[in-house]
Design a protein around this ligand. Structure first.
Ligand code: ADP
Length: 302
Protein backbone atom coordinates (compact mmCIF):
# COMPACT_ATOMS: atom_id res chain seq x y z
CA UNK A 1 0.00 0.00 0.00
CA UNK A 2 1.40 3.41 -0.95
CA UNK A 3 0.58 6.73 0.65
CA UNK A 4 1.86 10.18 1.52
CA UNK A 5 2.80 11.42 4.98
CA UNK A 6 3.17 15.19 5.01
CA UNK A 7 4.55 17.10 7.99
CA UNK A 8 4.04 20.88 8.16
CA UNK A 9 6.09 23.24 10.31
CA UNK A 10 9.46 24.81 10.90
CA UNK A 11 12.89 23.27 10.47
CA UNK A 12 15.72 25.31 11.97
CA UNK A 13 19.47 25.42 11.74
CA UNK A 14 20.94 23.88 14.89
CA UNK A 15 24.36 24.94 16.15
CA UNK A 16 25.55 22.30 18.61
CA UNK A 17 28.73 22.83 20.63
CA UNK A 18 31.75 20.72 19.73
CA UNK A 19 34.29 22.46 21.95
CA UNK A 20 35.24 25.83 23.37
CA UNK A 21 33.63 28.29 20.94
CA UNK A 22 33.12 25.79 18.11
CA UNK A 23 29.79 24.48 16.85
CA UNK A 24 28.52 21.89 14.40
CA UNK A 25 25.67 22.85 12.10
CA UNK A 26 22.68 20.55 11.86
CA UNK A 27 18.96 20.86 11.16
CA UNK A 28 16.05 20.11 13.51
CA UNK A 29 12.59 21.15 14.65
CA UNK A 30 9.69 19.22 16.18
CA UNK A 31 7.71 18.43 12.99
CA UNK A 32 10.90 17.87 11.00
CA UNK A 33 12.06 15.39 13.64
CA UNK A 34 8.80 13.50 13.23
CA UNK A 35 9.08 13.54 9.42
CA UNK A 36 12.69 12.31 9.64
CA UNK A 37 11.68 9.37 11.85
CA UNK A 38 8.51 8.71 9.84
CA UNK A 39 10.63 8.29 6.70
CA UNK A 40 12.49 5.53 8.47
CA UNK A 41 9.40 3.90 9.96
CA UNK A 42 7.08 3.91 6.93
CA UNK A 43 7.36 1.38 4.10
CA UNK A 44 9.44 2.51 1.09
CA UNK A 45 6.22 2.70 -0.95
CA UNK A 46 5.16 5.72 1.14
CA UNK A 47 6.27 9.26 0.37
CA UNK A 48 7.29 11.37 3.36
CA UNK A 49 7.06 15.06 2.58
CA UNK A 50 7.79 18.24 4.48
CA UNK A 51 6.03 21.53 3.92
CA UNK A 52 7.56 24.75 5.19
CA UNK A 53 8.93 28.03 3.86
CA UNK A 54 12.64 28.75 3.45
CA UNK A 55 14.70 31.49 1.80
CA UNK A 56 16.63 31.35 -1.44
CA UNK A 57 20.04 31.73 0.21
CA UNK A 58 22.81 29.23 0.71
CA UNK A 59 21.80 27.97 4.15
CA UNK A 60 18.19 27.44 3.00
CA UNK A 61 19.58 25.38 0.13
CA UNK A 62 21.67 23.34 2.55
CA UNK A 63 18.57 22.67 4.63
CA UNK A 64 16.66 21.43 1.59
CA UNK A 65 19.65 19.26 0.61
CA UNK A 66 19.68 17.76 4.09
CA UNK A 67 15.96 16.97 3.87
CA UNK A 68 16.33 15.42 0.41
CA UNK A 69 19.28 13.33 1.56
CA UNK A 70 17.08 12.10 4.41
CA UNK A 71 14.59 10.79 1.85
CA UNK A 72 12.08 13.59 2.49
CA UNK A 73 10.18 15.13 -0.41
CA UNK A 74 10.59 18.93 -0.39
CA UNK A 75 9.19 19.61 -3.84
CA UNK A 76 6.32 21.71 -2.44
CA UNK A 77 8.37 23.90 -0.07
CA UNK A 78 7.71 27.63 -0.43
CA UNK A 79 10.87 29.60 -1.27
CA UNK A 80 10.83 33.29 -0.34
CA UNK A 81 13.12 36.02 -1.64
CA UNK A 82 13.29 38.16 1.46
CA UNK A 83 13.68 35.72 4.36
CA UNK A 84 15.95 32.98 5.60
CA UNK A 85 15.60 30.04 7.97
CA UNK A 86 15.52 30.28 11.77
CA UNK A 87 18.43 29.21 13.96
CA UNK A 88 19.06 27.99 17.49
CA UNK A 89 22.26 27.53 19.40
CA UNK A 90 22.79 24.96 22.13
CA UNK A 91 25.09 26.10 24.92
CA UNK A 92 26.59 24.00 27.66
CA UNK A 93 27.33 25.20 31.16
CA UNK A 94 28.29 22.75 33.88
CA UNK A 95 26.77 19.90 31.82
CA UNK A 96 23.38 21.67 31.48
CA UNK A 97 22.11 22.59 28.02
CA UNK A 98 20.41 25.88 27.29
CA UNK A 99 18.96 27.08 24.00
CA UNK A 100 19.05 30.50 22.32
CA UNK A 101 16.74 31.10 19.35
CA UNK A 102 16.79 33.41 16.33
CA UNK A 103 13.46 32.59 14.69
CA UNK A 104 11.16 35.59 15.04
CA UNK A 105 11.68 36.60 11.37
CA UNK A 106 12.15 33.10 9.97
CA UNK A 107 10.81 32.18 6.54
CA UNK A 108 8.71 29.39 8.10
CA UNK A 109 6.47 32.02 9.70
CA UNK A 110 5.21 32.70 6.20
CA UNK A 111 4.44 29.07 5.33
CA UNK A 112 0.69 29.72 5.06
CA UNK A 113 1.04 33.09 3.32
CA UNK A 114 0.42 31.63 -0.16
CA UNK A 115 -2.85 29.75 0.15
CA UNK A 116 -2.69 28.19 -3.32
CA UNK A 117 0.70 26.65 -2.65
CA UNK A 118 -0.30 25.48 0.82
CA UNK A 119 -3.45 23.94 -0.58
CA UNK A 120 -1.57 22.19 -3.34
CA UNK A 121 0.89 20.76 -0.83
CA UNK A 122 -1.82 19.48 1.53
CA UNK A 123 -4.18 18.16 -1.12
CA UNK A 124 -3.57 14.53 -1.85
CA UNK A 125 -1.67 13.75 1.36
CA UNK A 126 -3.00 10.72 3.20
CA UNK A 127 -1.84 12.06 6.54
CA UNK A 128 -1.10 15.69 7.43
CA UNK A 129 0.94 16.11 10.61
CA UNK A 130 1.50 19.42 12.39
CA UNK A 131 2.05 20.77 15.89
CA UNK A 132 1.26 23.62 18.22
CA UNK A 133 4.58 25.12 17.15
CA UNK A 134 3.43 25.09 13.52
CA UNK A 135 0.42 27.16 14.64
CA UNK A 136 2.29 29.37 17.11
CA UNK A 137 4.67 30.79 14.50
CA UNK A 138 1.88 31.85 12.09
CA UNK A 139 0.33 35.31 12.02
CA UNK A 140 -3.34 35.10 13.07
CA UNK A 141 -4.76 35.49 9.54
CA UNK A 142 -2.48 32.74 8.26
CA UNK A 143 -3.59 30.43 11.08
CA UNK A 144 -7.12 30.76 9.77
CA UNK A 145 -5.89 30.07 6.23
CA UNK A 146 -4.14 26.98 7.57
CA UNK A 147 -7.30 25.76 9.33
CA UNK A 148 -9.43 26.34 6.21
CA UNK A 149 -6.94 24.46 4.07
CA UNK A 150 -6.91 21.62 6.57
CA UNK A 151 -10.71 21.43 6.43
CA UNK A 152 -10.62 21.21 2.62
CA UNK A 153 -7.92 18.55 2.69
CA UNK A 154 -10.00 16.50 5.13
CA UNK A 155 -13.05 16.80 2.90
CA UNK A 156 -10.85 15.45 0.12
CA UNK A 157 -9.98 12.44 2.28
CA UNK A 158 -6.82 13.38 4.22
CA UNK A 159 -6.38 12.28 7.82
CA UNK A 160 -4.85 14.78 10.25
CA UNK A 161 -2.58 14.31 13.26
CA UNK A 162 -1.54 17.01 15.73
CA UNK A 163 0.84 17.26 18.67
CA UNK A 164 -0.14 20.34 20.75
CA UNK A 165 3.51 20.78 21.87
CA UNK A 166 2.51 23.69 24.11
CA UNK A 167 5.17 26.44 24.11
CA UNK A 168 3.55 29.59 25.55
CA UNK A 169 6.57 31.75 24.79
CA UNK A 170 5.93 31.36 21.06
CA UNK A 171 2.31 32.55 21.35
CA UNK A 172 0.77 36.00 21.71
CA UNK A 173 -0.78 34.83 25.00
CA UNK A 174 -1.54 31.62 26.88
CA UNK A 175 -5.28 32.14 26.26
CA UNK A 176 -4.76 32.38 22.51
CA UNK A 177 -2.57 29.27 22.64
CA UNK A 178 -5.25 27.29 24.47
CA UNK A 179 -8.01 28.49 22.12
CA UNK A 180 -6.06 27.72 18.91
CA UNK A 181 -4.86 24.35 20.14
CA UNK A 182 -8.44 23.42 21.07
CA UNK A 183 -9.71 24.52 17.66
CA UNK A 184 -6.95 22.53 15.93
CA UNK A 185 -7.80 19.41 17.96
CA UNK A 186 -11.34 19.61 16.60
CA UNK A 187 -9.93 19.33 13.08
CA UNK A 188 -7.88 16.23 13.80
CA UNK A 189 -8.27 12.49 13.57
CA UNK A 190 -5.42 12.06 16.04
CA UNK A 191 -4.28 14.38 18.83
CA UNK A 192 -0.99 13.34 20.45
CA UNK A 193 -0.20 15.49 23.50
CA UNK A 194 2.42 15.00 26.22
CA UNK A 195 0.78 15.07 29.62
CA UNK A 196 3.50 17.19 31.24
CA UNK A 197 2.62 20.09 28.91
CA UNK A 198 -1.13 19.63 29.38
CA UNK A 199 -0.75 19.67 33.16
CA UNK A 200 1.36 22.82 33.02
CA UNK A 201 -0.77 24.83 30.59
CA UNK A 202 -4.31 23.44 30.82
CA UNK A 203 -4.09 22.34 34.46
CA UNK A 204 -5.30 18.79 33.67
CA UNK A 205 -5.11 16.62 36.77
CA UNK A 206 -4.58 13.37 34.84
CA UNK A 207 -3.90 12.04 31.35
CA UNK A 208 -7.53 10.90 31.22
CA UNK A 209 -8.65 14.50 31.75
CA UNK A 210 -6.45 15.62 28.82
CA UNK A 211 -7.92 12.86 26.65
CA UNK A 212 -11.48 13.84 27.59
CA UNK A 213 -10.81 17.51 26.92
CA UNK A 214 -9.49 16.88 23.39
CA UNK A 215 -12.28 14.40 22.62
CA UNK A 216 -14.79 17.04 23.71
CA UNK A 217 -13.06 19.47 21.31
CA UNK A 218 -13.82 17.03 18.49
CA UNK A 219 -10.66 14.91 18.16
CA UNK A 220 -11.21 11.47 16.67
CA UNK A 221 -8.65 9.76 18.90
CA UNK A 222 -6.31 11.08 21.59
CA UNK A 223 -2.96 9.47 22.40
CA UNK A 224 -1.56 10.94 25.63
CA UNK A 225 2.15 10.34 26.21
CA UNK A 226 3.50 10.69 29.70
CA UNK A 227 7.24 10.04 29.89
CA UNK A 228 7.79 6.62 31.51
CA UNK A 229 4.13 6.39 32.57
CA UNK A 230 1.26 4.73 30.71
CA UNK A 231 0.23 5.94 27.26
CA UNK A 232 -3.54 6.51 27.13
CA UNK A 233 -5.36 5.94 23.81
CA UNK A 234 -8.91 7.23 23.94
CA UNK A 235 -11.75 7.32 21.45
CA UNK A 236 -15.25 8.45 22.33
CA UNK A 237 -16.41 4.95 23.36
CA UNK A 238 -13.15 3.24 24.10
CA UNK A 239 -10.05 3.75 26.22
CA UNK A 240 -6.87 1.72 26.62
CA UNK A 241 -3.69 2.22 28.64
CA UNK A 242 -0.28 0.83 27.67
CA UNK A 243 2.84 0.73 29.81
CA UNK A 244 6.08 1.61 27.92
CA UNK A 245 9.04 -0.66 28.72
CA UNK A 246 11.32 0.91 31.33
CA UNK A 247 14.45 2.66 30.11
CA UNK A 248 17.32 2.67 32.63
CA UNK A 249 19.89 4.80 30.89
CA UNK A 250 18.06 8.02 29.90
CA UNK A 251 20.68 10.36 28.37
CA UNK A 252 18.65 13.06 26.57
CA UNK A 253 14.86 13.17 26.19
CA UNK A 254 14.99 15.58 23.20
CA UNK A 255 12.58 14.35 20.51
CA UNK A 256 11.05 11.61 22.69
CA UNK A 257 7.56 12.76 21.76
CA UNK A 258 8.46 13.54 18.14
CA UNK A 259 9.94 10.09 17.55
CA UNK A 260 7.10 8.38 19.42
CA UNK A 261 4.60 10.12 17.13
CA UNK A 262 6.49 9.04 13.99
CA UNK A 263 6.71 5.37 14.91
CA UNK A 264 3.13 5.33 16.24
CA UNK A 265 1.80 6.85 13.01
CA UNK A 266 4.03 4.67 10.82
CA UNK A 267 2.48 1.57 12.36
CA UNK A 268 -1.04 2.97 12.64
CA UNK A 269 -1.19 4.08 9.01
CA UNK A 270 -0.19 0.66 7.78
CA UNK A 271 -1.84 -1.75 10.27
CA UNK A 272 -4.43 0.32 12.14
CA UNK A 273 -3.50 -1.68 15.26
CA UNK A 274 -3.43 0.63 18.30
CA UNK A 275 -1.49 -1.68 20.64
CA UNK A 276 1.16 -2.32 17.97
CA UNK A 277 1.32 1.43 17.25
CA UNK A 278 1.96 2.34 20.89
CA UNK A 279 4.55 -0.43 21.13
CA UNK A 280 6.34 0.92 18.04
CA UNK A 281 6.21 4.49 19.37
CA UNK A 282 7.49 3.55 22.82
CA UNK A 283 10.22 1.32 21.36
CA UNK A 284 11.61 4.07 19.13
CA UNK A 285 11.30 6.83 21.75
CA UNK A 286 12.87 4.49 24.33
CA UNK A 287 15.90 4.11 22.05
CA UNK A 288 16.12 7.79 21.08
CA UNK A 289 16.32 8.92 24.72
CA UNK A 290 19.37 6.73 25.28
CA UNK A 291 21.32 8.93 22.83
CA UNK A 292 22.19 12.60 22.67
CA UNK A 293 20.46 14.83 20.08
CA UNK A 294 17.14 14.98 18.25
CA UNK A 295 17.88 12.83 15.20
CA UNK A 296 19.33 9.50 16.27
CA UNK A 297 20.20 7.05 13.55
CA UNK A 298 19.32 3.90 15.45
CA UNK A 299 17.75 1.96 12.62
CA UNK A 300 20.56 -0.30 11.42
CA UNK A 301 20.58 -2.34 14.59
CA UNK A 302 16.81 -1.94 15.18
P1 ADP B 1 7.86 14.69 25.10
O1 ADP B 1 9.31 14.58 24.72
O2 ADP B 1 7.03 15.17 23.97
O3 ADP B 1 7.62 15.43 26.38
P2 ADP B 1 7.19 12.33 26.63
O4 ADP B 1 8.16 12.67 27.71
O5 ADP B 1 5.77 12.29 27.04
O6 ADP B 1 7.37 13.21 25.34
O7 ADP B 1 7.62 10.92 26.08
C1 ADP B 1 7.17 10.37 24.86
C2 ADP B 1 7.35 8.88 24.93
O8 ADP B 1 8.74 8.57 25.09
C3 ADP B 1 6.65 8.21 26.08
O9 ADP B 1 5.30 7.90 25.78
C4 ADP B 1 7.48 6.95 26.28
O10 ADP B 1 7.08 5.97 25.34
C5 ADP B 1 8.88 7.43 25.92
N1 ADP B 1 9.58 7.84 27.14
C6 ADP B 1 9.89 9.12 27.52
N2 ADP B 1 10.57 9.12 28.70
C7 ADP B 1 10.71 7.83 29.07
C8 ADP B 1 11.33 7.15 30.17
N3 ADP B 1 11.94 7.82 31.16
N4 ADP B 1 11.26 5.81 30.19
C9 ADP B 1 10.66 5.10 29.22
N5 ADP B 1 10.07 5.68 28.15
C10 ADP B 1 10.08 7.01 28.07
Amino acid sequence: MAGTFLAVGECMVEMAPTGEGTFQMGFAGDTLNTAWYARKCLPASWTTGYFTAVGKDQVSGQMLDFLRQSGIDVSQVLELDDRTVGLYMIQLKDGERSFAYWRSQSAARRLASEQAQLSEALTGADLIYFSGITLAILPEADRNTFFDTLRSARRAGAKTAFDPNLRPRLWESADIMRACVTEAAGLCDLVMPSFEDELAHFGDQSADVSADRYLAAGAGMVVVKNGPEEVICARPQERQAFQPSPVQNVVDTTAAGDSFNAAFLGEYLTSGDIAASVAAGARLAGTVIQHRGALVDCFEDA
